[in-house]
Design a protein around this ligand. Structure first.
Ligand SMILES: C/C(=C\CNc1ncnc2c1ncn2[C@@H]1O[C@H](COP(=O)(O)O)[C@@H](O)[C@H]1O)CO
Length: 276
């Protein structure tokens, strides 16, 4: 039986527990008090306080649109490497020069440089890429305080959601170069290493630049996590630590070339099997 005024159906089965108004909203079944008093069309066409804009289903559409915008903006980027590092280290610090140098080397090796588009070492890397004539990409993030893209970003996309932005850092890069930084940098580093450790991405080089900065962390990973069996014996070796920007770029580009070679091989094997 259908109640046209409320879009309810009354489900009359043998079970009295379900003998009550039922509302079906796509895959979701609502019964009893959860049955909405108005229909979806009523709410769409009516005037309301706009609160639905803050509802989860509406957010899902916004998330979807961020993926679509990101994929659309970056699809033709070509080979690229994501560079992470502190938002707080300023020009004049030795690590700033490191950020610029890494980006310059990447551009010379034929790679675009992707950063978070913000200040500090992100800006250093974008500056290095921009001034070397390469493609300088900034994947910005909406933060509670107004920030804006640094002026050296040539291709910028601003994200509302961290997790959508993180997908872009991985999807469009052949590897990560990680400069010294704080929580944000560590978050990006550990996201990447977890993806590699769990086999979600293959052959994804992660190179940390600055042995003095990173050695304490690496020692702790080995002495505490590995000793206690909380990571695999070789998991910490997924991180390579260097001081020389050129060496960092060599490690990333060598791994990228190896992956490209394996993919070519797999494609030609698949083609040969198809021809048999
Ligand atoms: C806190 C400051 C600026 C914040 N602006 C940022 N803009 C873009 N991306 C950012 C920002 N802050 C952090 N990130 C991301 O995390 C990494 C740096 O974080 P850390 O904690 O400083 O290490 C970086 O790679 C970005 O992707 C100062 O004015």
């Amino acid at each position: 039986m259908t109640d046209h005024t409320t879009n309810h159906t009354t489900d009359r089965t043998a079970d009295p527990a379900v003998d009550r108004p039922t509302h079906q909203r796509g895959p979701v079944t609502l019964r009893g008090q959860l049955v909405p008093a108005t229909t979806t069309d009523e709410r769409l066409l009516g005037t309301d306080d706009g609160a639905w804009v803050h509802s989860d289903p509406w957010r899902v559409l916004r998330i979807q649109s961020e993926f679509v915008e990101g994929f659309g903006a970056l699809a033709d980027l070509g080979p690229a490497v994501s560079v992470f590092g502190s938002a707080r280290i300023r020009e004049g610090d030795p690590e700033w020069a490191l950020g610029e140098a890494v980006a310059r080397e990447l551009v010379d090796a034929g790679y675009a440089v992707i950063t978070g588009g913000g200040p500090g070492l992100m800006e250093a890397a974008n500056k290095g890429a921009h001034e070397a004539g390469g493609v300088s990409v900034g994947l910005g993030i909406e933060l509670p305080f107004e920030q804006g893209m640094n002026p050296y970003v040539d291709l910028g996309v601003n994200f509302r959601y961290f997790f959508v932005r993180k997908t872009m850092f991985v999807k469009y890069a052949s590897g990560f170069i990680v400069l010294p930084g704080g929580f944000g940098t560590l978050d990006e580093l550990f996201e990447a290493i977890t993806l590699v450790q769990t086999g979600k991405v293959r052959q994804f080089p992660i190179v940390l630049v600055g042995t003095a900065f990173w050695s304490g962390l690496i020692d702790w990973l080995r002495s505490t996590l590995r000793e206690r069996g909380l990571v695999g014996t070789h998991d910490v070796d997924l991180l390579q630590v260097v001081d020389d920007p050129a060496e960092a770029v060599r490690l990333v580009t060598r791994a990228a070339a190896e992956l490209a070679r394996q993919e070519r091989e797999a494609t030609s094997e698949a083609a040969a099997e198809g021809a048999e």
